[in-house]
Design a protein around this ligand. Sequence first.
Ligand code: TXA
Ligand code: MG
Length: 319
Amino acid sequence: MKTELLSNKELERAAELLKQGEVVAFPTETVYGLGANALQEKAVAKIFKAKGRPSDNPLIVHIDSQEMLDTLVEDVPENATKLMKLWPGPLTLVFKKKEMVPSITSAGLKTVGIRMPSHPIFQKLIKLCGFPLAAPSANSFGKPSCTTHEHVLEDMDGKIAAIIKGSCDVGIESTIVDVSRDKPMLLRPGKITQEEVENCIGPIDVHPSVLHPNQKTKTALSPGMKYRHYSPSVPVVYVEQENLDTVLKSESGKKGLITSQLKTADIVCRYKTTEELMKNVFSYFRDLEKKVDIIIIDTIPKTEIALLNRIKKAASRIR
Ligand code: TXA
Ligand code: MG
């Protein structure tokens, strides 16, 4: 299959392909998404195939209106209504699903994750299609998410119908909150913090994997949360306790360093703010894995829950 590269002026072409049941990648405010008609089994199957994604890993369904939400979910609990004030944006809410949502989309679960995106290209695309778009991150299974069209092309060239050019603002995937339970639970941290969520609905539960993404907890991981992600093809070392200079001296091979400090290594990705790190972390991974033998990430503040979650998932060692 030839993968078309489209500009933001060619959204009608993208919508036409999606209406034909094809898969199209597009920028969202979080990371690039790999979208297809969420209600069409055959179209959704193509997403799983292109990504090499296991069929028991559910997809997020993206909508453009409350009306569209009502066609997909059984009921909208009060907590959900309150959290929907943060829509459109980088927040996914898990609801009890209606029959309308095919089992393949929700990986056989009785629930479905729904997000109303704020990215203008994505919003316009859903409007043009008139149906909800199922979209995981646009990387091959297990690889870091993509935040540029070049990175999507690396993973998806020849596997999907088209890629729309554009940019992602946040840089990491959406915050996920399960509102189908009596007491909502944070399933994945993102730019929207636990504090912001609790300011809307009061105290919530936090899934153990949010804070300890690498630890095997006694609690079984909830369905759809058992897979490791984000791994670059070279080892990643996160410097949590030890002195950075000691780590740099003791690790061997060509080193790529991600830091905000004035330190040296073979290649340095230097950021000024943690927001900038969030925006670029997956790009750093994808660029560095081509050029170095090992990626070393300097300590970041313990309060950066979402960033730490992604970094610890990617890390092969923590020092
Ligand atoms: O920012 C994002 O959320 C991006 C953009 C494209 O919207 N999408 C994204 O999708 O990150 P993906 O497939 O890479 O991650 C979706 C994750 C699943 O792996 C699973 O952990 C969780 O969302 N999920 C989806 N539906 C769920 C459900 N019904 N119950 C629990 N977790 C669910
Ligand atoms: Mg993903």
